[in-house]
Design a binder for this molecule. Structure first.
Ligand code: TYM
Length: 336
């Protein structure tokens, strides 16, 4: 059976970017394919400790998993939920892959460059993080990895590492499909990158300080609406989708399409020729606040016990699969 796999770090409450770029697409794919595919959803808690955590990491992890359920994830025997640090094979394989990946390719990772920028001394975990991500994926022979556009480079790195190992030691790993195929599989028009509301050249990120730049999934719906109303646009006075010249307006069109689960092209056509940015903002503010109200009501109803029950089963499964793959790798590298 093929595997679809993804993870979201839980350093704080998630943003609308995490939700629309990764969580919701994963839930839709899971519900569509989980009869015939393994669906692995995990929280990369070891990836979290590369930077500060807001609140309690364990509690944040449980909250993130509740978000999947609130977003409509249907559970069956092929859906596996686990925490990365509860499956020690991830860090074990990471070390082995560290000895395969090169300094050159790892140093080229944009996320590493961005995350280490301006830091007087950057921890080694920030540098090593894509290799751990490769281990997360390769341990389970995952072919499809639904993620936002900011993670594409890490998928390409994972593919290179997998191909290198396979070339030297035989067909050990399934190579995940290339990012353009991932986009097709996710059934989105292009790689998803929800923009910062105040500075739309940048992606919306939980680590950005300015509160109005991001929508958090626990924002009061009225607050989220206000943030949308104060989003940066431009002075062209024309509603058009063009991420290069009009990133603020394009971001709003993109959010409107994703929140309502309609094709981006339909939203673009509806607003083509319109000139009042205020009208578009009002509509998007309404869509987002409605979505949040509904989503928050649903997540409040999910108990910690429900999540722990899923984790118990999921972690048993994950350890079995991951340990078997790790042993195969250890044998190839003459460690066993
Ligand atoms: P993380 O935790 O930074 O982000 C989680 C997911 O959310 C997506 N995302 C966005 N998508 C669209 N617009 C945005 N503004 C936006 N911000 C975040 C990310 O692309 C990602 O899909 N290294 C990963 C976590 C990870 C992982 C893995 C993912 C660890 N191992 C294995 C997949 C497979 C990360 O830090 O994502």
């Amino acid at each position: 059976m093929k595997t679809i796999l993804t993870g979201i770090r839980s350093n704080s409450v998630l943003t609308l970017g995490n939700y629309l770029g990764a969580l919701l697409p994963m839930v839709r794919l899971a519900n569509k394919y989980s009869k015939d595919y393994n669906v692995n959803i995990f929280v990369p808690d070891l990836h979290s400790i590369i930077s500060d955590v807001d609140g309690d990491l364990r509690a944040n992890t449980i909250r993130t998993l509740k978000y999947y359920l609130a977003a409509g994830l249907e559970i069956n025997e092929n859906v596996h939920i686990y925490r990365q640090s509860y499956v020690p094979a991830h860090s074990e394989l990471c070390w082995i892959l560290d000895c395969v990946a090169t300094m050159g390719e790892t140093s080229r990772m944009i996320q590493y460059k961005e995350k280490s920028k301006g830091q007087e001394s950057c921890n080694v975990g920030i540098f090593n993080y894509p290799i751990l991500m490769a281990a997360d994926i390769l341990l389970y022979d995952a072919e499809y990895v639904p993620i936002g556009e900011d993670q594409f480079q890490h998928i390409e790195l994972t593919r290179n590492i997998a191909m290198r190992v396979n070339h030297k030691y035989g067909e050990i790993f399934t190579v995940p499909v290339a990012t353009d195929e991932q986009v097709k599989f996710m059934e989105v028009d292009n790689g998803l990158r929800i923009r910062d509301l105040l500075n739309p050249e940048k992606k919306m990120s939980k680590s950005t300080k300015a509160e109005n730049s991001k929508i958090m999934l626990d924002d009061a719906p009225e607050l989220a609406a206000k943030k949308i109303m104060s989003a940066t646009t431009d002075s062209f006075g024309k509603i058009k989708f063009d991420m290069w010249t009009q990133p603020g307006i394009s971001n709003l069109l993109q959010i409107e399409a994703l929140v309502n689960n309609v094709p981006l092209q339909d939203v673009i056509s509806t607003w083509a020729g319109e000139t009042h940015y205020g009208d578009l903002k009002k509509k998007v503010a309404e869509s987002v606040s409605q979505m949040l109200a509904d989503f928050q009501e649903k997540s409040a109803k999910i108990s910690d016990e429900q999540v722990y029950e899923l984790l118990e089963k999921g972690e048993k499964y994950a350890n079995e699969v991951a340990n078997a793959k790790l042993l195969e790798v250890q044998k190839a590298f003459q460690l066993r």
